[in-house]
Write a protein that binds this ligand. Structure first.
Ligand code: NAD
Ligand code: ZN
Length: 355
């Protein structure tokens, strides 16, 4: 059975496109009394971007901190704040930030129309009702969260996305000017998330011409961004992120993402840097990709944290391995249907111990 693949229906791309956000929302504002919720990364508090938000009288601005990756408790609390602000649902939820804020806005828009806690919906296609109209405005590029059908949340029991067609943004606004001031290390880590999406998709057993077309273009753009110098590198990275997201959406990620989930769940390491840390130990699986990754690190003078697992207890190491190996489709994409014989508990443990 082939997947019937839903994608974001409306996209604006271009420098300065953020100025069109007000026009886009005007069409969605139903009555003079209605309002829109803007969820923005608190890194922009007092910054010029925040003052450019097309905020109208009754709109609600929610600043969120993403020092920790999004939790289900945060989503439930934000939904509570919106309900307390106004008994009527908003006409829209607009997320402005990196992958974390994009995921938060997706989850909030879903939970405004679905009862219970966001933790109840971690999984595949558990959401019953469509989300409130939602718009994503990335300020960092690489995760592909702008195009994906998931919002990755850490819940009481697991780190797992709310995967559903309703999660997908109704509109995204890709303005390369918004990623110009990202600190260098963060720019690199999140950009490498995209590069690794491409490598894992293109080297996976689930590869097909659809994923290949997007993955190859994304990889070409990543090479231009991270190994060459181009004035329009921000435009290129934004499109690389989108194409990388399209590529994995119709195939799958692989070993690096599986191992990075273990790092994140047990050590709280963020997605982008966690992928970089894990990828550096996967030369056996992705020789060409890891070689290029190291060139990119050198080109940008990036060094990664080491000795992360030296002092860990055997129990915690085991938890990391179990978290990683539970991601069965990722391993199957990476190593084929015989993956259990190829990526044993011992082998995964050895890789973690080297980190
Ligand atoms: P992020 O959103 O976690 O942000 C990283 C840091 O960069 C934060 O401190 C943030 O405040 C800062 N930042 C963001 N934009 C900035 C800007 N323009 N200028 C200065 N600082 C800025 O980072 P990310 O790598 O984009 O996203 C990681 C998150 O995305 C994780 O929570 C991960 O689980 C999620 N993710 C989701 C998907 C998906 O498909 N839904 C895919 C991959 C990752
Ligand atoms: Zn990723």
């Amino acid at each position: 059975m082939y997947r019937n693949f839903a994608i974001v229906p409306k996209i604006i791309f271009g420098r300065g496109a953020f100025n069109q956000l007000g026009d886009i929302l005007r069409e969605k504002r139903t009555t003079p009394d209605s309002y829109v919720v803007f969820i923005i990364d608190d890194v922009f508090e007092g910054a010029p971007l925040e003052s450019r938000i097309p905020l109208e009288d009754k709109d609600f601005l929610l600043r969120v901190n993403v020092d920790e990756e999004p939790k289900t408790t945060l989503i439930d609390s934000l939904v509570g704040q919106i309900r307390a602000y106004h008994p009527v649902k908003p006409d829209g939820v607009i997320g402005i930030g990196g992958g974390s804020v994009l995921d938060i806005a997706k989850a909030v828009s879903l939970m405004l129309n679905n009862p219970g806690s966001s933790a109840d919906y971690q999984g595949w296609d558990l959401i019953k009702n469509p989300a409130v109209y939602h718009v994503g405005v990335p300020t960092l590029a690489g995760t592909g969260a702008e195009i994906s059908r998931t919002t990755i949340l850490t819940g009481p029991e697991k780190k797992l996305g709310i995967n559903s067609d309703y999660t997908i943004y109704d509109q995204i606004l890709l303005d390369p000017e918004l990623i110009a001031d990202v600190p260098k290390d963060q720019w690199f880590y999140t950009g490498m998330d995209c590069f690794i999406h491409d490598v894992e998709s293109l080297n996976g057993t689930f590869l097909n011409e659809f994923s290949k077309a997007y993955g190859e273009k994304s990889l070409e753009l990543c090479r231009q961004v991270f190994l060459e110098d181009h004035l329009d590198k921000d435009d290129k990275l934004m499109m690389a992120s989108y194409f990388g997201g399209m590529s994995i959406a119709y195939s799958q990620v692989g070993a690096c993402h599986a191992l990075s989930y273990g790092l994140s769940f047990v050590l709280g390491i963020h997605h982008g840097i966690g992928c970089c840390i894990a990828f550096d130990y996967l030369e056996d699986i992705y020789p060409e990709g890891v070689r290029e990754f190291r060139q990119m690190m050198e080109h940008h003078n990036i060094s990664l944290p080491r000795n992360l697992t030296t002092d860990m207890s055997p129990e915690d190491l085991d938890r990391m391995v179990t978290t990683a190996l539970n991601l069965e489709p990722l391993w199957e994409n990476c190593l084929g249907s015989d993956w259990r014989n190829l990526m044993t508990h011992e082998r995964a443990l050895e890789i973690y111990k080297r980190m």
